[in-house]
Design a protein around this ligand. Structure first.
Ligand code: HEM
Length: 392
């Protein structure tokens, strides 16, 4: 099957295609030889299947970009046990309840600060695009606090990570891969300087945990620092924007949040992650023939696990194509599953729910001021713009 990932109509609404595939061809070979899987049962099983590999699928396969190859060889997300277990284990303690809880005051302060800026613009009587003013800012603020990087460097960090994320899209062209390589050549020495400082004078931040881990090689310390920037930025920003867009666009949903932000915000995060999943596909590779729902996928093939498609599967979710703010069903696979289950999910949940709660408390009269546009990607799903205005 030919899947045109560059088609803007498909990027804006891939769900009719996903429905057809789930019903008629749930395990299908694409023109480029990769296989796409769309049913929840199959995707969930493959996420936990140890006989398929994550190794070296983190970069654009086939792109001869040396920096990307070195990066891919060192990442936890692009490795299998036991290497994966060692790399993940080295930093996993930073993502347990206590350290994530300790981030809360910093995240709340960032959110309030960014909302002050939104308030000033709304007070000026205008229409505000929440994506650049708010949704994309919170994850950068959060990651700088988590890693221990200066927020003053926001604009170059954003430039590097944008190029990097473009380059690791499974449908990235060679140009995008080359730009990602160039970004790596700049961001690596930048991070190396901070890692060197932390080796001498560690603090309680994530860069210190990486820099002082006896279980990681210096290359692994560096490249997994890059991974945190890639993995935590657009994903979380897209979820803030998607959640706000859905809440404002679905009759009654915003009022439900405004009536009880503390209770409803965490549920809205889960439902938005299910409904408009920021990561639509996860990549794997077969290292032997694999049988999926009666179809045998040969050895050595790229596998695209359709997280976004699985999250709309009516076999699991009643009225799957309806956004129900209080659905509260965590069987979605928006954060993946199995050994590579998103390590940053507790941080993402905290920053997005804090954002929704604070937005509802400060701007109960928020309304949409026009239709949203979508970012030009199929693998990652996020609103490119979210125009709002405030009543009262
Ligand atoms: C809404 C926001 C986010 C979404 C939807 C998301 C989604 C995902 C998904 C689907 C995976 C699994 C990939 C795979 O199976 O190949 C993953 C892995 C990962 N995520 Fe996230 N993520 C988010 C935020 C974050 C944040 C904020 C961080 C860091 C602070 C982070 C760090 C990671 C890391 C390190 C991995 C690799 C885990 C491993 O290989 O064991 N993510 N994420």
């Amino acid at each position: 099957m030919l899947l045109n990932a560059a088609d803007p109509a498909l990027q804006a609404d891939p769900f009719p295609l996903y429905r057809r595939l789930r019903e008629e061809a749930p395990v299908i070979e694409l023109d480029d030889g990769t296989w796409l899987v769309t049913r929840h049962a199959d995707v969930s099983a493959l996420l936990r299947n140890r006989s398929i590999s994550s190794a070296q699928v983190g970069g654009n396969p086939g792109a001869p970009v040396a920096e990307l190859e070195v990066n891919g060889r060192n990442l936890m997300i692009a490795s299998d046990p036991p290497v994966h277990t060692r790399r993940r284990g080295a930093v996993a303690p930073q993502f347990t309840v206590h350290p994530v809880h300790a981030l809360r005051p910093a995240i709340e302060a960032h959110v309030e600060h960014r909302l002050d800026e939104v308030a000033a613009r709304l007070a000026a009587g205008g229409v505000v695009d929440l994506v650049p003013t708010f949704c994309a800012r919170i994850p950068m603020d959060t990651l700088c606090s988590l890693l221990g990087l200066p927020l003053d460097d926001e604009s170059r960090l954003r430039r590097w990570t944008t190029d990097l994320i473009d380059g690791i899209d499974p449908w990235a062209g060679l140009d995008a891969a080359a730009r990602a390589g160039a970004a790596l050549a700049e961001v690596c020495p930048y991070l190396e300087r901070f890692l060197d400082e932390r080796r001498v004078d560690p603090t309680d931040d994530l860069l210190s945990a990486l820099a002082t881990s006896p279980d990681l090689t210096p290359d692994e310390q560096l490249h997994n620092a890059v991974l945190f920037l890639n993995a935590g930025l657009d994903t979380s920003g897209d979820l803030v924007a998607n959640a706000l867009g859905l809440l404002l666009d679905t009759p009654g949903a915003w009022d439900t949040l405004v009536a009880d932000p503390e209770r409803v915000a965490p549920m809205a995060v889960e439902e938005a992650a299910r409904f408009d999943s920021p990561v639509q596909v996860s990549m794997r590779r077969t290292i032997g023939p694999v049988e999926v729902g009666g179809t045998v996928i040969p050895e050595g093939r790229g596998l695209l696990l359709g997280l976004g498609a699985a999250n709309r599967d009516p076999e699991v979710f009643t009225d799957a194509d309806r956004f129900e703010v209080e659905r509260d069903d965590r069987r979605h696979v928006a954060f993946g599953g199995g050994a590579h289950l998103c390590l940053g999910a507790p941080v993402a949940r905290l920053e997005v729910s804090t954002s929704l709660r604070a937005m509802a408390e400060r701007f109960p009269g928020l309304t949409l001021a026009g239709p949203s546009t979508w970012r030009p990607r199929l693998a990652f799903r996020g609103r490119a713009s979210l125009l709002v205005t405030a009543e009262g």
